[in-house]
Design a protein around this ligand. Structure first.
Ligand code: G1P
Length: 299
């Protein structure tokens, strides 16, 4: 048995240029699926996995993220006076009691690996999680990070979430080679960031959930810029493989790439169809829209 993760790192300093002009003022992590921003889904997943310290790696354009997790005294008072207890609970539970948020600044956009390294002073010498809020994972059972944290606690190995992707998409992901895959886990033997399809060692792609041993920080300190001229987390993990076991973990759940327009749309549709109050209306509207736009003939 290894130590249970208690800290989760959220790299949220990206520019989000794909969603301009919205992201001119709204950080992409604040884009909502129905009524909750992407960052809330990520935070809830970390808390469910057992984390009580949330480390946001941010920059000066992302005040909205810090404001969101701050206490909204005036709003709370107003809701309290108006007897709106349901809404009051909603805003209070953005950050449940006993969970703390820590904000760390990444002054230069030097890459995901560099963002994770910025969290070192807060994480210290214990295993921790990294969650990329763009990767939203929908689940009916335990969340993806909880599944991985349980497995990591059992074995002591670092865990990287993976899923199969079409070969022509390998250039968008970290890709792993594995051996001894049993049930959901396999030992990673190689890891490469955004390889061309012809050079990819497999079609098993890294999804934005990691459980890492703190040794990664030292390796990140000596990681040179890699793919795209950025300091890549993938390259530091590739170095970690030489020293200890790192497992790929095929999580249960459906992942939506909310860093793209179509992924955000897909996630919105899924959450609407799964929503206890909106499901019927949403499904009716979707069918009407398809019919009216002549997109397809529904049976
Ligand atoms: C990052 C990682 C990549 C991973 C991906 C998952 O890339 O560098 O290894 O596969 O997230 O979403 P990004 O999408 O930030 O370019």
């Amino acid at each position: 048995m290894a130590a249970r993760i208690r800290k989760a790192v959220f790299p949220v300093a990206g520019l989000g240029t794909r969603f301009l002009p919205a992201t001119k003022t709204v950080p992409k992590e604040m884009l909502p699926i129905i009524d909750r921003p992407l960052i809330q889904y990520a935070v809830d997943e970390a808390i469910e996995a057992g984390c009580d310290t949330l480390v946001f790696v941010t920059n000066r354009y992302k005040h909205a993220v810090a404001d969101y997790f701050d206490k909204a005294y005036e709003l709370e008072q107003k809701l309290e006076r108006a007897g709106k207890t349901e809404q009051l609970e909603l805003i209070r539970n953005v950050l449940p009691r006993g969970v703390r948020a820590v904000f760390v600044t990444q002054t230069e956009a030097l890459g995901l690996g560099h963002a994770v390294l910025c969290a070192k002073p807060v994480v210290g010498d214990e295993p921790f999680a990294v969650i990329l809020p763009d990767d939203l994972i929908w689940n009916r059972g335990a969340g993806a990070l909880k599944q991985m944290a349980d497995a990591a606690e059992e074995s002591g190995a670092s865990m990287i979430a993976v899923q199969d992707v079409p070969r022509d998409k390998t250039g968008s992901y970290g890709i792993v080679a594995t051996e001894d895959f049993a049930e959901r886990q396999g030992r990673i033997t190689a890891m490469v960031e955004k390889p061309q399809p012809a050079d990819a060692p497999s079609t098993l792609a890294v999804v934005g959930r990691y459980v890492l041993n703190p040794r990664i920080f030292q390796l990140l300190e000596s990681t040179r810029p890699g793919a795209g001229g950025e300091i890549q987390l993938t390259d530091a993990i590739a170095a970690l493989l030489a020293e200890e076991t790192v497992n790929a973990y095929r999580f249960r759940g459906t992942r939506f790439d909310c860093g793209t327009h179509i992924g955000l749309i897909e996630a919105t549709i899924r959450y609407a169809l799964d929503h206890e109050k909106l499901s019927d209306a949403a499904s009716g509207l979707m069918q009407d829209a398809l019919r009216e736009m002549g997109v397809t003939e529904l049976q």
